[in-house]
Ligand binder design. Structure first.
Ligand code: BGC
Length: 467
């Protein structure tokens, strides 16, 4: 069900696309990628072993946020950002089972207080890809006992940080996390698998078990957060690629794209709204999971193009390819496809929940594509708003270049350029562009003309009803 068109609330006059009043503009980050010195989780251990991270790079000091997150957050506030999504590191808050570190909690309280004092509303993620070592030793997310430990952690965090925060994400990209950790690992006949996450396994059925434990963990954390803070707004950060068949006219390509779309794009929403956990074929219904999303977090980077391939039995005859003519980001990380975001938002609106874009970005070290990327995606969001989709905010990935998991420091997603060795920062042109949008709560033709003139006539075409 979609809400009523927002024509009255958002403007499109005088060559300006206005966003609704109170729209949240921010960036998203994750603890391990920015804090530095996180030595008590599975990612730290993973970084130490050879062959896991591109060129043997390490997170090390990352962006030095544990010492001074305030420096970057101050820049965010100066850009006019009024919200920021960050994650808390479970292994800092609970360094050993049942032992809570008050100093770590105080540090997070100080960061959130600083954000509030500077007009930045926090959105806090409880689990963003990292798991404490003590928990991994007990099987981590393979073990259903983790569900209640995560529930207890969620309750603790809500009590500790609830004074400053009422917007929560339980899990970041649960499907992606399970795939990268339990399916992308090296099969037995290969030494290394590229771009895998700890524990680096390759076991489809174990992966599905992890998916189930994650979603049950989400449900338990959702209820724990609400017990502590009845007015909390809780959601999942859903990785949502736009999955498309290579050839729209080929029935086989279209059929091959069905399962990847169901699993990769829609399963997080199905689980946390309808209580349906994905199995290899079909769903498992879990009553306690129904309606455990107060909002839907959409994380959009790319189109994923799927072709039918009779030899790909393990992936149900689907193979990911690159669409001919597709625009690719640095290192071919993603197929840039802004229109996909509009289609996904229209469909997501049918679930009847408010929506946040909890991540969207592009690795672009030279910053020669990011300005057009930002404009094109915000234009698609504006169109969705115009058509009644209740988007409440946008969190760009990311503020400052950070440790990009298996790619190390190779992929640069920041509005701010960072030299991880010297910690020197430099505002990219995109930072100025984003600042203009945040401050004006709008996208103007002048801005588009300045940063991506090739898009002006399209974005401000008369057919859109834009004067
Ligand atoms: C993750 C981030 C990551 C980004 C770019 C998202 O899937 O949540 O942690 O850095 O993608 O790869």
């Amino acid at each position: 069900m979609e809400g009523r068109p927002l024509d009255a609330a958002i403007g499109s006059a005088q060559n300006v696309l206005r966003f609704p009043e109170g729209f949240r503009w921010g960036c998203a980050t994750a603890a391990h990628q920015v804090e530095g010195g996180n030595t008590n989780n599975d990612w730290y251990a993973w970084e130490q072993a050879e062959g896991h991270i591109h060129g043997g790079q390490k997170s090390d000091r990352a962006c030095d946020w544990w010492r001074d997150a305030e420096a970057d957050l101050r820049l965010a506030a100066q850009m006019g950002q009024n919200a920021h999504r960050l994650s808390v590191e479970w292994s800092r808050i609970e360094p050993r089972e049942g032992l809570w570190d008050d100093a770590a909690i105080d540090r997070y309280r100080a960061i959130l207080r600083f954000m509030r004092d500077n007009g930045i509303e926090p959105m806090v993620t409880l689990h963003h890809f990292t798991t404490p070592l003590w928990l991994v030793e007990r099987g981590g997310w393979e073990n259903p006992a983790t569900i209640s430990l995560f529930e207890r952690f969620a309750g603790k965090v809500a009590r500790a940080l609830g004074e400053y925060c009422d917007l929560w994400i339980t899990l970041n990209e649960p499907l992606n996390y399970a795939l990268l950790g339990w399916l992308s690992g090296a099969p037995r006949d290969r030494m290394h698998a590229q771009n895998s996450f700890p524990p680096g396994k390759h076991d489809l059925f174990l992966m599905l078990k992890v998916v189930e434990n994650l979603f049950r963990g989400h449900g338990a954390a959702y209820h724990a957060l609400h017990r502590e803070q009845p007015h909390a707004q809780v959601g999942v950060g859903n990785n949502m690629p736009f999955v498309a068949p290579l050839n729209d006219k080929s029935l086989l390509d279209r059929l091959a794209a069905v399962q990847p779309a169901r699993l990769l794009t829609w399963s997080g929403i199905e689980a946390s709204v309808r209580g349906r956990i994905p199995r290899l074929i079909g769903w498992r219904h879990v009553k306690e999971l129904e309606n455990t999303s107060d909002f839907i977090g959409v994380q959009y980077y790319q189109r994923v193009t799927i072709a039918f391939d009779a030899a790909s039995i393990g992936t149900l005859f689907s193979r990911q390819v690159v669409s001919p003519g597709a625009e690719l980001s640095d290192l071919n990380f993603s197929e840039v496809y802004p229109q996909g975001l509009y289609h996904l938002l229209r469909r997501t609106a049918r679930y009847g929940k408010p929506i946040y874009i909890t991540e969207n970005g592009i690795p672009d070290a030279d910053d020669d594509r990011r300005p057009a990327f930002l404009i094109a995606h915000l234009w698609q969001i504006w169109k969705a708003l115009r058509d009644g989709v209740p988007v409440k905010g946008y969190f760009h990935w990311t503020l400052t270049d950070n440790f990009e998991w298996a790619e190390g420091w190779n992929l640069r997603f920041g509005l701010i350029k960072l030299d991880p060795h010297t910690q020197a920062r430099e505002m990219r042109r995109s930072a100025a562009l984003y600042g203009e949008m945040c401050k004006s709560n709008a996208l103007s033709a002048d801005t588009v003309q300045l940063y991506a003139p090739e898009l002006t006539s399209e974005v401000f075409a008369p057919s859109q009803g834009v004067a």
